[in-house]
Design a protein around this ligand. Structure first.
Ligand code: ADP
Ligand code: NI
Length: 216
């Protein structure tokens, strides 16, 4: 029915063909579905904008493009112009994908909207819970990081300089980012979902350390 959105879906699938499996088309599909679930509960929003931010938020992820943040937004703008979306929709979506990411907390978000709030929650939710755990160890493996090292984990108290050169472990990523996300949720619905997934990760970590010590 929605031909323009279908075109965007085709483009994103193609664009992410060789992506790492935590940032592939299925990540986009989960974020898209979760965003629509949240949107249903959260009053009136522009669903086209929600869908487009969800679909386009990880094309040319800077993690996989030498830290270049400008490629994704430019590609998105070009595509949406070709597909003849309205210019205010295009501007909103581009601002959305420029401002969605957590970037280790070093990023100053300069734009927000109800639509972006929803997709940002959906993207963060995909970093939590069972899926979040799977993605974390997959990304760690992709980066050749170790699963866990009790002599360096967690890296609390490290100087900024040492931290920059520090090759984090996958378990450390829970402390560095994942366990902080619950308190950053924008929407009530997002927070409710995040609480369940947060608890699931805490239980996972508790079990992990118990098994590590050979105690269970
Ligand atoms: P976003 O794209 O939302 O800014 P990231 O791309 O940093 O967030 O993270 C997406 C997922 O990739 C994380 O939830 C995590 O599972 C994985 N990831 C990112 N950085 C690391 C890391 N240093 N170690 C392990 N997993 C990571
Ligand atoms: Ni994402």
């Amino acid at each position: 029915m929605d031909k323009q959105i279908d075109q965007v879906i085709l483009y994103v699938k193609k664009e992410l063909e060789n992506a790492e499996s935590g940032h592939d088309w299925f990540h986009i599909e989960r974020v898209y579905r979760t965003a629509l679930t949240i949107a249903k509960e959260e009053g009136e929003v522009n669903l086209t904008v929600v869908k487009l931010i969800a679909l386009l938020h990880d094309i040319a992820d800077s993690k996989f493009h030498d830290g270049d943040e400008s490629i994704g937004p430019l590609k998105a703008r070009k595509l949406l112009e070709q597909l003849k979306f309205e210019s205010d929709v295009i501007d909103h979506v581009v601002l959305g994908i420029e401002n969605i990411s957590f970037k280790g907390g070093n990023f100053n978000q300069t734009f927000r909207s109800d639509e972006l709030d929803i997709v940002q929650d959906a993207d963060r939710l995909d970093a939590l819970g069972a899926i979040g755990i799977a993605r974390t160890f997959n990304y760690g493996g992709f980066k050749n990081n170790v699963i866990y090292d009790p002599s360096i984990d967690p890296v609390f108290g490290m100087t900024k300089e040492a931290y920059k050169n520090h090759k984090g472990t996958s378990v450390n990523h829970f402390y560095e980012k994942l366990l902080k996300l619950k308190d950053l949720m924008n929407t009530k619905t997002g927070l409710k979902l995040a609480e369940g997934r947060h608890r699931y990760m805490e239980n996972f970590l508790a079990q992990f350390y118990t098994e590590w010590e050979g105690e269970a």
